[in-house]
Design a protein around this ligand. Structure first.
Ligand code: PLP
Length: 418
């Protein structure tokens, strides 16, 4: 190889490889795509690993942009520490797996996101962990399900897809008096409406795929932890938590660093950008959802409507207690008779509103839990708690409300009267 070519090869590899020197910092933090970090000398590796010098080693373990996402969600949830994941399910499964071991027991809500139910029902037993499913709003049932080896009580702040609101304070009391942790999936409420750690929960998890990112272009999840024994949370409150040897956050971070369900730096960056507007979006979604729920309730073809914003909802009082700034952008309903045919006729007649098996983007979408999130749960089982094939779930967006109602009205008009 001649000298010129050799130089070109080296320059191609080396030139432009260091961040520029600057006394000013970018207004918006960059996307730290680097998978690894460079050290000036060998001892520096020990210094960074042992926390004696600030720094990063390897992005599966920690990355500056992912740290910023964790800091932002931790602050929103008023927690003491957060761990980010490549999906909401990553956050749920890794958090639970890090906090239980073979022989332990979990008490979980029977109405939860379908993926979470499948994890508790089918995956945890293979690891020697049994789950008892309960109606988390029936506190006697929760109490009687507790066993000496119960390590986690698990619920969703607002349940998917029935919008039941959990009585967080009561569940904390039951969990802690049994020496267990309360782990809450806060995805449907988002920290805009509820911060479970403020009520004493130990872990609050968000699928950031939903409201926190909010633009349907990222899959992610973040678990946020209360101070373990005692200390200041991001909002200056002591959120408590039972005492023990190793803090839950440390256990979850260690498991995540080992298993590697790390989000991509670009997704972390997009999520931080998305969450800058989460407060505005969630409030507007909630406003539109309340109006839509009222419209559906008054419509002659509509049967049950699940939304905690109604005074008549069995979850209204809990909603008033735990949700602030609105009752959320999610609702679900059945056409009278509750058949799959009428749900199909309605969904297929929508024109602006899209059929999307996710939620919490800026646009209004509908989903069919039986065919999507709860597909793996047998119909006969789902029907016992109200998730039949006639159930339509709505994620209300931030459009002008009149346009949402117009589309729902024309789609309901198209549903044959039976
Ligand atoms: C309430 C709830 N929790 C968790 C998840 C899982 O999140 P992800 O899809 O980001 O894994 C979902 C997904 O729809 C959900 O609705």
């Amino acid at each position: 190889m001649d000298k010129e070519r050799r130089l070109a090869a080296t320059r191609a590899v080396r030139a432009g490889g260091k961040p520029p020197q600057s006394v000013t910092v970018p207004k918006v933090p960059p996307i730290y795509t680097s998978s690894v970090f460079t050290f000036d000398y060998l001892e520096q590796i020990d210094e960074v690993y042992e926390g004696r010098s600030p720094g990063y080693v390897y992005s599966r373990q920690r990355n500056p942009g992912i740290d910023l996402l964790e800091e932002a969600v931790c602050s929103l949830e008023c927690g003491s520490e957060a761990v980010a994941f490549a999906s909401g399910m990553g956050a749920i499964t890794c958090s639970v797996l890090a906090l239980v071991r073979s022989g332990d027991h979990v008490v979980a809500g029977r109405v939860l996101y379908g993926g979470t139910l499948t994890f508790f029902k089918d995956d945890l037993p293979k690891r020697g962990v049994e789950t008892t499913f309960v109606d988390t709003n029936n506190l006697d049932e929760v109490r009687s399900a507790i066993r000496p080896n119960t390590k986690i009580v698990y619920c969703e702040t607002i349940s998917n897809p029935l919008m039941e609101v959990a009585d967080l304070t009561a569940l904390v009391e039951i969990a802690h008096s049994a020496g267990a942790l309360l782990v809450v999936d806060n995805t449907f409420a988002s920290p805009v409406l509820c911060r479970p750690l403020e009520y004493g929960a130990d872990v609050s998890i968000n699928s950031t795929t939903k409201y926190l990112n909010g633009h349907s272009d990222v899959t992610g999840g973040v678990a946020v932890f209360a101070p373990y024994v005692s200390g200041e949370s991001a909002c200056g409150e002591d959120a408590g938590g039972p005492a023990g040897t190793e803090p839950p956050a440390a256990k979850v971070r260690a498991l995540a660093a080992l298993y590697g369900p790390t989000p991509s730096p670009f997704d972390a960056w997009l999520t931080v950008r998305g969450l800058r507007t989460v407060d505005l979006r969630v409030r507007k979604c909630s406003e539109n959802a309340l109006e839509l729920a009222r419209f559906l309730c008054g419509h002659p073809k509509v049967g049950v409507v699940h939304y905690p914003g109604f005074e008549s909802s069995p979850y209204h009082d809990l909603g008033k207690k735990y949700l602030s700034g609105g009752y959320g952008g999610m609702l679900s309903f059945e056409i009278k008779g509750g058949s799959l045919e009428s749900a199909r006729a309605f969904i297929d007649s929508l024109s602006m509103v899209e059929l999307v098996p996710s939620l919490a983007g800026v646009s209004t979408t509908v989903s069919h839990p039986g065919k999507t999130s709860h597909r793996a749960i047998p119909l006969e089982e789902r029907k016992t708690y109200g998730v039949g094939d006639g159930l339509v779930r709505v994620s209300v967006g931030i459009e002008d409300y009149a346009d949402i109602e117009k589309d729902f009205r024309q789609a309901l008009d198209a549903v044959p009267v039976r």
